[in-house]
Design a binder for this molecule. Structure first.
Ligand SMILES: C[S@@+](CC[C@H](N)C(=O)[O-])C[C@H]1O[C@@H](n2cnc3c(N)ncnc32)[C@H](O)[C@@H]1O
Ligand code: SF4
Length: 375
């Protein structure tokens, strides 16, 4: 039976310019992470890769990506031949000439020179590596599979292999983390001169081991400390020349992640793989969060999504504002929310910029709460 084509379940749109692919495997599952992933039955990986390529083919007629993002999970958990099969297969199935940014997420434990060289050869031109911390004790708290030294070696390997655009992910607000430890992690990161730094505050996500430990009272978030660490992040990275172009993201000039900017400016995108979201016009859907079921559905030519909705235009607009407000571009056309905007300005959380509005420093500290006033 032929696969159903995209056009059968939506009348939208002409061309989609942003593609996400979710690789649901990890070397080891981290106790704080709620992204869909599994330790992975390596005997079934080939079936998964075939399914993802078949899903990509389904969208071939409406995809002309400008950005591609391979996330997870941990795409680098795939072996070099598997990555060559998948990425090479994707190149054969969809239009590639317009791709300007192709990111792939890596865990420091799964970086090798051979793999990094192969990725560069296949056209991947941006690597995002999860370092999280340069402190071995805190890496242990996070249940990470690598040491700080290994992350340093992996970074060098990426550069030696010719990866010209590298992001490093860091996490702050880790239980037991001191201000000095966080400052040291920021400084050690800056010393490596990555092109981009993502600095996330640890969140206690449902369905994670950390969340259970929080509920049992074994862990206690410290909001005041987290706010101080966030302020320190803005200061230290700002002084080092990294522009905060989104609440958690800092980049050298011209190194902003174009794929994530597309999300934040509400562009259409299609997601491949289990648990991947897609948003096209007012249609939104999410693939089933189960690799075996995903593979089965693709092979049976069934809908891979187990959730679909038509988003009310007002809600979509509110979401757009909430996302855009987190960026340094801010928002311009505030439509029906002018009352909320004035209240936020009066509270000192927004300031005018050009013909729009951006968050003040005080506003950045409560960005999540501000987003909720719109949605
Ligand atoms: C999907 S992971 C990809 C990177 C790769 N799997 C790794 O961990 O090295 C993307 C990033 O999300 C961040 N992250 C995941 N769970 C988080 C949480 N609960 N709180 C804050 N950041 C989190 C981490 O910084 C991680 O590097
Ligand atoms: S943080 Fe990365 S390596 Fe850890 S479980 Fe999440 S996706 Fe996997």
């Amino acid at each position: 039976m032929p696969l159903r084509r995209f056009s059968e379940w939506t009348t939208l749109p002409a061309m989609i310019e942003h593609l996400y692919a979710h690789i649901p495997f990890c070397p080891k599952v981290c106790p704080y992470c709620s992204f869909y992933k599994e330790a992975g039955d390596r005997n079934k990986t080939r079936a998964f890769l075939d399914a993802m390529l078949a899903e990509a083919e389904k969208y071939a007629s409406v995809l002309q990506p400008r950005t591609i993002f391979f996330g997870g999970g941990t795409p680098s958990a795939l072996s070099t031949p598997q990555l060559e099969f998948l990425l090479g297969g994707l190149r054969e199935r969809i239009d590639f000439p317009r791709v300007t940014e192709w990111t792939l997420e890596m865990n420091p434990a799964t970086v090798s020179l051979e793999k990094a060289r192969a990725l560069v050869g296949l056209g991947v031109n941006r690597i995002s590596m999860g370092v999280q911390s340069w402190d071995d004790g805190l890496l242990q708290t996070l249940g990470r599979v690598h040491s700080a030294a290994q992350a340093g070696r992996s970074y060098r390997i990426l550069r030696d292999a010719g990866c010209a655009n590298v992001n490093l992910d860091l996490i702050f607000g880790i239980p037991g983390q001191t201000t000095e430890q966080w400052r040291a992690s920021l400084e050690r990161t800056i010393a490596l001169d990555p092109d981009h730094i993502s600095a996330y505050c640890l969140t206690y996500e449902e369905d994670t081991d950390f969340f259970l430990r929080l509920q049992r009272g074994e862990m206690r978030p410290d909001e005041e400390r987290d706010a101080a660490l966030f302020e320190l992040t803005m200061d230290v990275l700002g002084e080092a020349g990294y522009a905060q172009y989104e609440i958690s993201n800092y980049a050298r000039a011209g190194r902003e992640c174009r794929h994530n900017l597309a999300y934040w400016t509400a562009a259409d995108y299609v997601g491949l793989g289990p648990s991947a979201f897609s948003t096209v016009g007012e249609s939104r859907w999410k693939n089933v969060s189960d690799t075996a079921d995903y593979v089965r559905r693709v092979n049976a030519a069934e809908d891979t999504a187990d959730f679909r909705e038509t988003v009310d235009p007002r809600i979509r607009r509110a979401e757009q504002l909430a996302f855009a407000l987190r960026t340094s571009e801010g928002i311009a056309d505030v439509g029906q929310w002018s009352g909320e905007i004035q209240n936020l300005r009066a509270a000192g959380y927004l300031e005018p910029r050009g013909d729009g509005w951006v968050l003040t420093r005080a506003g950045k500290l409560v960005a999540d709460a501000i987003a909720e006033t719109f949605v």
